[in-house]
Structure formats: structure tokens, C-alpha cells
Design a protein around this ligand. Structure first.
Ligand SMILES: *Cc1c(COP(=O)(O)O)cnc(C)c1O
Length: 397
């Protein structure tokens, strides 16, 4: 007989999943209901209300897609892009690259706006692409590029898209719940996220909201959605309070968990949550800079929930990450694609974003560096972080 599996204790400070609150774990263990049980339909309605709150939208179509963030991405693209459609896509990291691939698999023509990784797509570049390219179906941008730590500005892009009769599709997988994602104010037509980043829920659902303007674009499509499972016109029949028609079995336990995770977001309040993410990342960056781990994106475009730093040339990054996991139970992320071996990605997402975690990580890192003989003055990173906390005078979250 196989033995019980007891997961080792971990502090999750990577690019997701993040730490999960005990209340969310408890929700996962609640007894199942049928997916058409009126009691469960009430839970779905709660999730929709709470998702509209975090997305800051009044969109009636606001649901949780069954699947991880990539299912949200695929749902957004496969429902909006028809064969032959031109789509402008920002490509400055792994997720922009993946989006371009998905667009092409849907038969769309991806107009890639390529920018070095770590930088953001300038508004003028989007504008000139819209002006040069003839009719464009949509502009697709990654709000928080988790592979580089860069935060894409979205101000003014919504109205630019409207001027050119294009839809605005935004990947908010890592941003939602950590920085404001004001779907209605920014004029975002389709926005998707995932549960395991700043919402601090296990992976498995992809929040998705679609504007009435984008829904009517779907209705005007010449061809049926290429995906049956992710056909949002069909899925809408299950989520709409008036119909609740069976499409596929909802992942019941995950929806319980998401409801509880969103309730925690609501209890904290979005402004307090955003301030917490900002403060802890400021302290983390102050400490890392003392150790010569320098942030990849310029200061004005850095994400608070994901800090991507280049490494001092002399260190063996894989060995340190391995030891952080083995000795301290502490997970951080390495680089992806062209940044493999060149950067670290430290996530302070949702429940993971605390003063205690920042100080634990910096302390562990300093100890490793001393042990390998790469640091001679212990405490410099911790002091820099502590200065940030004492300067702001805010108490620990
Ligand atoms: C994590 C992530 C995804 C993919 O989500 P999965 O849950 O891994 O499928 C997509 N976009 C961004 C920006 C991400 O950070």
C-alpha cells in the first residue's frame, strides 16, 4: 500500500501558486453539492458578485472559467478572434509570446509589438500599429508580465481602441487582487485572471469578464467558436441566473474555495490590499539592492507582487535556489526563456505578501550568501528592509 502523502512545509514566494489562507483550505473540504443544486447556484451568484467587485466592473458576464489562467487566456482569444482577424499583441515576455501563439492557432493574424523583455509597450507604438494596420479586431496586452516583473500601463489604451473600433483584451492573471484592475474605467472589453496568484486560492479557475460591447461582437461572428468547452456563449447559459442550463460539471470545490478567497479580499478591502503589496515589495527591493540583485524593469514599471531581479555575476543561482528550498522550505522562481539562469522571480502575492515573509527571505538569502563566501557583512539587506518598514510607520500585515 502506498503511504500517505504529507506535503513538506513550504513558504511559497515564487511566481504562483501563492500561500493560501486556512479558511480557503477549509472551504475546499466542504461536502459536495450537485452543480444544479439551488444551494450551489447561490454560491455561483456570490462568486459573480465578488468577481465584479475585484474587477471593478458592472459586466453581467463575469464568471470563473473551469481551468487555470491559460484556460482564461484561451477562452478570451478563441471567443473573440475569428480566422483572418488582425490582432495587435504586445510581446515583451513569456505570456505575450504565448498569446501570439494562441491568436495564430485561432487563425488570427498576430501583429506582434516586440519590445525587450523587462520593458513595457509604449502607447504610441500601439497607436501607430492601429493606424497602419487597417481594421484590427483587438489589442491584447499583458497587464502584469510575470516572466519579467513589468507592469504594462493601461491608461488611455481603452479609448484608443474605441477610436479604432478595436476590442481591448487584457491578461490580468498576476495583477488581479494586487494592483487595481479597473475594467470599466479603463475600457477593457475582455479581462481574465487566475486564482493562484494575488487571489491566493489554489490553481484551477480563471476569472473572466466580458463587456456588453465584446459580447455583441461574439454574436456577430460568422463562424461558431472553435472550442466547444470554452465557448462562452454556451457557458453563459450555465452561469446566467435565468437559465442555469447544464454545459459541463462545475468544479464545485474550487468554486467554494474561490468564494472564500474573494471574501477575504473583500474583508481586507482593495485599497488596503494594494498598499500592502506595495509596501512589502518596496522593502524587498530595498534589501535585494543592497545585495546587488537589481530589478530588471525600470522603477516606474515594476510590479509589486512579482520582483524580477538580475543576479550578481559570481553566484550559482540554481544552487542557492535549491538550498533555499531544501534548508528553508522557501520557494522562489528562476528565469524563463531567454532569462533562464539570469534572473530570479520573487513573488509576494496575496497571502504571501507579508513583512514576516520579506524578512524571512532576506535573512535566508544573506545566510546562503555568507555560507558560499559571497557576502561578508551580514544584516545589510535586513536593515534596508527594516528601514522601509520603520519609515512608513505601518504595522505588520
Ligand atoms: C501564470 C500566468 C498565466 C498562466 O496561468 P496558468 O494558471 O499557469 O495557466 C498567464 N498569464 C500570466 C501573466 C501569468 O502570470
Amino acid at each position: 500500500m502506498m503511504r500517505d502523502f504529507v506535503p513538506p512545509q513550504r513558504l511559497l514566494l515564487g511566481p504562483g501558486p501563492s500561500m493560501v489562507h486556512p479558511r480557503v483550505l477549509q472551504a475546499l473540504a466542504a461536502p459536495l453539492l450537485g452543480h444544479l443544486d439551488p444551494a450551489f447556484l447561490g454560491v455561483m451568484t456570490d462568486v459573480q458578485h465578488l468577481l465584479r467587485f475585484v474587477f471593478a466592473t458592472a459586466n453581467p458576464f463575469t464568471i470563473a472559467v473551469s481551468g487555470t489562467g491559460s484556460a482564461g487566456m484561451e477562452a478570451a482569444i478563441v471567443n473573440m478572434v475569428e480566422p483572418g482577424d488582425a490582432v495587435v499583441v504586445g510581446v515583451n515576455g513569456v505570456f505575450g509570446t504565448r498569446l501570439a501563439t494562441v491568436i495564430e492557432r485561432c487563425g488570427g493574424k498576430a501583429i506582434r509589438l516586440e519590445i525587450p523583455w523587462g520593458q513595457v509597450i509604449p502607447t504610441e507604438m500601439i497607436e501607430s500599429a492601429l493606424r497602419r494596420s487597417g481594421p484590427v479586431k483587438a489589442v491584447v496586452l499583458v497587464h502584469a508580465e510575470t516572466s519579467t516583473g513589468a507592469c504594462q500601463p493601461l491608461e488611455a489604451i481603452g479609448s484608443l481602441c474605441r477610436d479604432h473600433n478595436a476590442l481591448l483584451i487584457v491578461d490580468a492573471v498576476t495583477s488581479l487582487g494586487g494592483i487595481p484592475v479597473d475594467v470599466d474605467r479603463l475600457g477593457i472589453d475582455v479581462c481574465y485572471s487566475a486564482t493562484q496568484k494575488c487571489l491566493s486560492c489554489p490553481p484551477g479557475l480563471a476569472p473572466l469578464t466580458i463587456s456588453p460591447r465584446a459580447l455583441s461582437a461574439i454574436k456577430g461572428h460568422r463562424t461558431p467558436c472553435q472550442s466547444w468547452y470554452l465557448d462562452m456563449a454556451l457557458v453563459a447559459e450555465y452561469w446566467a441566473e435565468e437559465s442555469r442550463a447544464y454545459h459541463h460539471t462545475a468544479p464545485i470545490s474550487m468554486i467554494y474555495a474561490l468564494r472564500e478567497a474573494l471574501r477575504l479580499v473583500e474583508e481586507e478591502g482593495l485599497p488596503a490590499r494594494v498598499a500592502r503589496h506595495r509596501l512589502n515589495s518596496e522593502a524587498l527591493v530595498a534589501g535585494l539592492m543592497e545585495l546587488e540583485f537589481l530589478p530588471l524593469p525600470p522603477a516606474e514599471h515594476r510590479l509589486p507582487m512579482l520582483t524580477c531581479v538580475t543576479l550578481p555575476p559570481h553566484i550559482d543561482e540554481a544552487a542557492i535556489r535549491r538550498q533555499l528550498l531544501q534548508i528553508y522550505g522557501l520557494e522562489i522562481g528562476g528565469g524563463l526563456g531567454p532569462l533562464k539562469g539570469k534572473v530570479w522571480r520573487i513573488g509576494l502575492m496575496g497571502e504571501s505578501s507579508t513583512e514576516a515573509n520579506v524578512l524571512t527571505f532576506l535573512n535566508a538569502l544573506e545566510e546562503m550568501l555568507i555560507q558560499f563566501g559571497w557576502l561578508s557583512t551580514p544584516g545589510i539587506a535586513l536593515h534596508a528592509a527594516a528601514r522601509v518598514y520603520s519609515r512608513t510607520g505601518q504595522k505588520e500585515y
